[in-house]
Every structure is written in structure tokens, then in C-alpha cells.
Design a protein around this ligand. Sequence first.
Ligand code: URA
Length: 436
Amino acid sequence: MRIVDLIEKKKQGQKHTREEIEYIINSLMDGTATDYQITAWLMAVYFKGMDIEETTNLTRAMINSGEVLDLSQIAENIIDKHSTGGVGDKITIILIPILQALGVPVVKLSGRGLGFTGGTIDKLESIPNFNCALSMPEIISQVKSIGAAIASQTSKLAPADGKLYALRDVTATVDSMPLIASSVVSKKIASGANNIILDVKYGSGAFMKTAEDAKQLSKIMVEVGKNLGKKFTAVVSAMNEPLGKAVGNSVEIIETIEFLKGNTCCDLEEITYKLAALSVMKMNLADNEEMAVDSIKRVIKNGVALEKFRKLVAAQGGNSDIIDNYNLLPQSVHKIEIKSKETGYVSSIDALMIAKASKLLGAGRDKKSDSIDYSAGVYLNKKTGDYTNCGDTIAILHFNEKSSEIVSLAESLVFDAFKFSDTKACCKSLIYAIIE
Ligand code: URA
């Protein structure tokens, strides 16, 4: 076999065999295919696509490029939850203690933020001394003792994805359905869980811009997962407005703790309850969604979920006193209030613009090697549907040393992200579809 012939084959829109896909991934891993050959092939896939069988074969080859975790010694059924990336998305950090409180074992391997999307690991590392670099034996022993662990994704799992993603990122081939599906599903299967709940986002603050595209991607991921023997469920949800009120790192940890203390915010609540209820039902711990949601509300109300979060933070070396004293989290020196120039109801808040502002203030990174400012971010004082008088504070920018140009650019982005109307928009569900 020669790579050039396989590029030509995909360029002509023909279907690859399993052996051909394995040859491409093996050549990527052992370096016999050059980066320019792999990117030519990626571009051919981008334009000509792949069917489910090819996508399954690609996913399998990517899984086999590295280690596959064996979690069977923890429990027969392990839940993992994955979001395709959003703005203000702190759901994983809220969900894990809720599931711990309900006796659902969770192993969560997460990534850092890149581009406009935030990352769970960055948010957790804003807690002083919180350690996400757990080894496999550490993960297993922690899940056995407290029911959950959150660790950073190791490069040993599906390493072909790391190589392919780096090439896709710089050759405009990220937004291809078979490539995204194989990337997400290979990492999830290599992480060892057998029940995987995907939160697939669409909208201005997501990779997928339309609900139908997100649904289509979800169907591919669920089917590929099934072909490879795992149960995948996808919740397709809107990401046109940041989730909750905080966007950044330590500001999102505060919002997480407030949620667990019972001070929930309506959009965060809807998605968190749905994902938690699905997890509880997958574990056969509730007969229906209503019972599952009741049990979720109960562990928030009685403080058990908050205590599980305290245990999780302490188990991973973090300072759990932050739960009672937010001043122990990184604090920004500067806080600027953005005032409304209009009176009326907030009709929308553009997620991408808020994410760009937060990144400019230091909360995000362009390259994996960039450092971030844990205390930087944007706090939304108003959400869609809230009544606002001219002069009211609609958002607060948190930042440290930044040039006046950067700060005024962030101010304009946040200001322009808000749209107003004379009438109150009716509260719509964020959930578009559930695919299983
Ligand atoms: N997230 C991933 O893990 N992979 C992609 O290709 C896109 C989003």
C-alpha cells in the first residue's frame, strides 16, 4: 500500500477498507507518512466524507494507537460525561459531586481550554494546589474510596488523535463530522468508561453552528460508539449564550459551589439535571426521569453533593476551605462594571463575543503552551429575560495587568454581546434532541 494511492482514492470519493485506514494511522504513528501527506488525506476526507463503517474503522485504529484504560476493577458500570466545548460550561464540575452523592461512580478525563472554549482542568486548577495529574493507580484508588476522580487526559490515550488534531487545527480541517466523531469517540473509549454521556453543543459558542449539524454529529458518534461495543447517549443543546453567569476559571468555580449550595441558575440547571438524570437512569438507580430529578434535587438540598465536592477537592490536594471562603481563590486586581445604555429586557447575549472578551482578559489561551490567568473572566449580572434599566450593571470584567487597548476591546465585545427588546422573550428549552 502507498499513502499517495490512498489520498487519491479518497480524493475520488471512494470508500476506504479497514486495512487501508489502519495503514494510514500506523503510518502516521511510525512517521512513514509525512505531515503533508496526512493533511492532504485529511482535506480529502473533509471534502468527500466517510460513511459510518469508515468512521468506525478510523475510530478503532485511533483507539489502538495507544493505551486503553481498564476500569473493570472499580465497577461494572462507569459513567463518563463529555462536552464538545462551550462558554461558561462548568457542568462537569457540578455533575460529578451530584453523581457521587447518588452513588454513581465517575472517572472523568478532561482537557484544557483552547481557543474560545474553556477547559475543566484549567477551572479546577484555579483551586490552590488542586492536582489533576493523577496516575492510573491513583485514579482507581480515589474512585474506590470517594466514588470519583477528575484527571487530565494523558497523551498515552488515543495518541493518533493528538497528532491528527494538531494537523487539523492548522489546516482548517477541524469541522469535519467523521473527523470530530472519531476524535471524541476514540478518546472516550480509550478512557475506559462503558456508559458515555455526550453534551453536544451548537450555536455561536460551539464548534457546530446549527442544531441539525449537532444532531447529525451526535447520531454518528452514538452509532460509532455502539459499533465498538459502548453505550453512548448524546444530548444536543444550545450554546448561543454562556451557560450560567460566570465565564473564566475561578469565577466558574464560585458559580459551581453556589449551584451545589442550592443557588442554581436556570439554564445551568436544565442541562445539569438532564445529564445527571440520564446518568442515574443508565445506572438503573431511578425508574424514570422524574424520580431521578427528585433525587438530584434532594442531594443538593441536603448538602450531600456539596460535601462530596469538598471531599473531591481535598482528595486531589486542593484547598477545600475555598468552599466557605471564596477569597482563597485567585482574585483579580481590577473589576470593571459594564453599564447598560438601554432600558428593556435582555433578548440575547452572544456566547462567542463573551468568550472572546474573557480570553482577551487572560482567561483563555491560543496555543497549548500559553499560560492563563485563573482570576480573569467575565461575570454576567443579567441573563436573557432579565429586565434592565439604563445605567444598570450588565456584566463585570475581571482582570489583572492588561493594556488599555485590550480592556476597551473586551468592554466593547461584552457591551455589543447584549441585545435588548421591549418584550420579555419566553424561556425556551436549551435541549434540542436526545440521541441514543
Ligand atoms: N473535540 C474533540 O475532542 N475533537 C474534535 O475534533 C473536536 C472537538
